[in-house]
Design a protein around this ligand. Structure first.
Ligand SMILES: NC(=O)c1ccc[n+]([C@@H]2O[C@H](COP(=O)([O-])OP(=O)(O)OC[C@H]3O[C@@H](n4cnc5c(N)ncnc54)[C@H](OP(=O)(O)O)[C@@H]3O)[C@@H](O)[C@H]2O)c1
Length: 345
């Protein structure tokens, strides 16, 4: 076999039983099933972390049945690096499995100084998609998202650009992220008129951020028939036991612009300690309790997690085997899982 056409099985052979245990859930009223836990490459999949570790995590996830990998043009650092990381794997180890993978990309978030490469314009979205396909080394993404609402661009233009991506065969489905319910409803209507239904919305959701339950987005998803894939279900690690005593070396609160040490204060620690005690009483960890809690919401299709090791991934998957919550336990969670704890909005 020449170098150009490797024998892929020598490079990586996925586990035969990869679909045996992780449950899949239907995405809204579409025909697409997503794993209950999906893997996001926002942090620690850029040029700042060892490629071998990134590779091991992604292949391990696939072996465990996590076929959905979430990405965006701006994930890194630097921007685009996480798509390049995944692209390296797609050219070799994961090349024979492209048809099984559900890959997403996003555009429209803050991205460089050029005014036309950010926001929800046709130019920003479709130019970015071209570059994502180039970096990923694939002809299409499965889900293409508008990443961040942009009230300065007509929603018709954004919907039209997303529909074009599908009609051009460069995306199979489209999604939105961080949209308020009124804008989500409006773009769902526009997309329907284009003949490209809104597949999914990607909002933040955790015990510490219950906005979607309060602002009507979860209800809207069910009514409109789109799925929800919820990000930061562990509140970036705040909903684990790692920060109860101190900030461990290498943890996100030490090395990320998005989670700062001052978010870990006494109020956070006292509430989290109570949740941790509850989790222990249920025979699970706080991370597992937090993931199980988001997945019990019937509007949620998948919980989108980040991990910095294979061990975290194995640990988090155990969330799917926890005992049902009792009403008393849910009341304790409501008391200590207080919206906004440790988080900046
Ligand atoms: N659409 C958007 O605007 C948007 C925004 C944010 C995220 N997202 C998506 O959502 C994905 C997940 O977001 P996220 O990374 O914030 O999710 P998360 O699951 O809330 O946090 C993940 C982080 O928590 C820590 N962690 C995970 N499991 C752990 C365990 N068992 N024990 C201790 N620590 C653990 C790890 O950080 P350390 O080990 O490094 O401390 C890990 O990177 C992203 O990759 C991205 O795809 C989308």
């Amino acid at each position: 076999m020449s170098e150009q056409y490797p024998n892929y099985e020598d490079v990586f052979k996925a586990a035969d039983d990869r679909y045996a245990s992780l449950p899949y859930r239907r995405t809204g009223r579409s025909g697409l099933d997503l794993p209950a836990l999906s893997l996001g490459l926002w942090q620690k999949f850029g040029a700042d972390y060892a490629y071998d570790t990134q590779r091991d995590i992604i292949l391990h996830a696939f072996d465990l049945g996590i076929s959905h990998i979430d990405n965006a043009n701006r994930y890194g650092p630097p921007h685009r690096a996480a798509e390049r990381t995944l692209g390296r794997l797609l050219r070799r180890e994961l090349a024979p499995y492209r048809h099984e993978l559900v890959l997403s990309s996003k555009a429209g978030g803050v991205f460089g100084p050029n005014p036309n490469l950010r926001g929800g314009s046709r130019k920003a979205l479709l130019s970015s998609l071209e570059l994502s396909l180039r970096d990923l080394g694939t002809d299409y993404v499965d889900i293409f998202y508008h990443h961040t609402p942009d009230e300065t661009t007509p929603l018709e233009e954004t919907a039209g650009a997303l529909a074009t991506a599908v009609k051009a065969g460069k995306a199979l489905y489209v999604g939105i992220s961080n949209y308020r319910p009124d804008r989500a409803e409006a773009i769902a209507r526009l997309l329907r008129a284009e003949g490209v239904p809104l597949l999914i919305h990607q909002p933040r959701y955790s015990l510490y951020d219950r906005s979607i339950d309060r602002n009507g987005l979860a209800d809207l998803a069910v009514e409109e028939g789109f799925g929800l894939i919820v990000y930061s279900p562990l509140a970036q690690g705040l909903l684990t036991d790692k920060y109860l005593e101190s900030i461990p070396d290498g943890a996100r609160a030490q090395n990320s612009d998005f989670l700062k040490p001052d978010q870990i204060d006494e109020t956070y620690r006292s509430r989290t300690a109570q949740l941790n005690k509850l989790a222990e009483g249920r025979g699970q960890s706080l991370a597992q309790l937090a993931l199980q809690w988001v997945l019990r919401n019937p509007a949620v299709t998948s919980a989108l997690i980040g991990v910095s090791s294979k061990e975290q991934l194995d640990h988090n998957l155990e969330a799917l085997n926890g005992p049902e919550f009792t009403d008393e336990e849910l009341a304790v969670i409501d008391e200590y899982g207080v919206h906004g704890t440790g988080q900046r909005s």
